[in-house]
Design a protein around this ligand. Sequence first.
Ligand SMILES: C[S@@+](CC[C@H](N)C(=O)[O-])C[C@H]1O[C@@H](n2cnc3c(N)ncnc32)[C@H](O)[C@@H]1O
Length: 379
Amino acid sequence: MKLSIPCAAGLEASVKRQLNRLGYGDCPAHNGRIALEGGWEDVARLNVFLRSGERVLVVLGEFPAPTFDALFEGVRSLPWEEFFTLHTRILMDGKSTRSALAAVKAAGGVAKKAIVERLREKLGARSLDERGERAIVGISIADDLAEITLDTSGEGLHKRGYRTLGYDAPLKETVAAAMIESSVYSAGKPFADLFCGSGTLPIEAALYALKIAPGGNRGFDFTKWKCAPDVLPAAREEAADLRDRTTKLILDASDLSEKAINIARYHAKRAGVEEHIRFSVADMRRFHSEERYGVIISNPPYGERLGKGEDLFSLYRDFARVYRSLPDWSCYFLSAYPEAERAFGRKADKRRKLTNANLSCGLYGYLGRKPEKTHPELL
Ligand SMILES: C[S@@+](CC[C@H](N)C(=O)[O-])C[C@H]1O[C@@H](n2cnc3c(N)ncnc32)[C@H](O)[C@@H]1O
């Protein structure tokens, strides 16, 4: 089958690296999607293991669709009866760019009609009851070319299941995982998030360092489809085998808000990594560490209300001062504040654009001194 992994803008390289590590070679990326070939076993593995992909889609067909008639015929020609029953609850999702069929809702309606007609004909039924399992069909039209997909994940893969409570401007788990994965952090190095909010970054750091599969405990739509063999247990077993159960991490997570820390601790417990994270209510200005070669990975405020008399520029300036007191640490932060780098007072060694919650953000990376040979475990 042809598979496609959509991801947030700027995360393509991270998803490609993750795929490579899972044994899928160098997969091409195009328009925010990474393409690869695979069977149902791969669908299960990708859903369970990918940290920064948004969904795993099966590509059912691609054809020119400059008119509604062409879209209808193209969709009707696909073998829906191999995937769906008369009870499948078919939901349509669509987008269109640079195409004559710009009305996405209307295109979805036409495509659904074509699927229903095909199923009625092939399954010999007068109507569908749609009271069964959910299946999300994607209609993506670009330059008059339609791509029809089936969403095997259902809920987006950022929904790991541990984050159930909200706090100010939480970071998407898939973005947090990409920040960790593209940093110099690895198990055994000191880690600190000085603005941890609901805990996403330290929790994703723990999952990554302990090799805990992010999707190991959640469900996926494809497991309820008649066409998919029972492949999830094997992927879950692989995840359980790979998990590091012996390493003890020390991750520091702090925030000015007590409420945020309570929420973060609760989420860490749900994720099964609470014992690896030291939570504290603290102003980031008070952070210091005697540890060497650590990594700060944070998502400082970038616009929400700050305390009385605080302004963003001085917050970032003070953050930089804290970082300067840790000469061999590295520091990465994600921010939508346009003055972030200037306020930090130093050009970043690495810089990347990412999208979080529909906001264009910069990911800034500052590299600390490399460990000497006396600390081989940190090299
Ligand atoms: C953008 S949010 C972080 C969101 C977090 N990454 C998450 O996923 O939930 C910024 C956080 O910085 C905290 N904060 C603001 N000023 C601070 C300060 N001076 N020291 C420590 N934390 C601060 C806020 O309470 C807020 O939780």
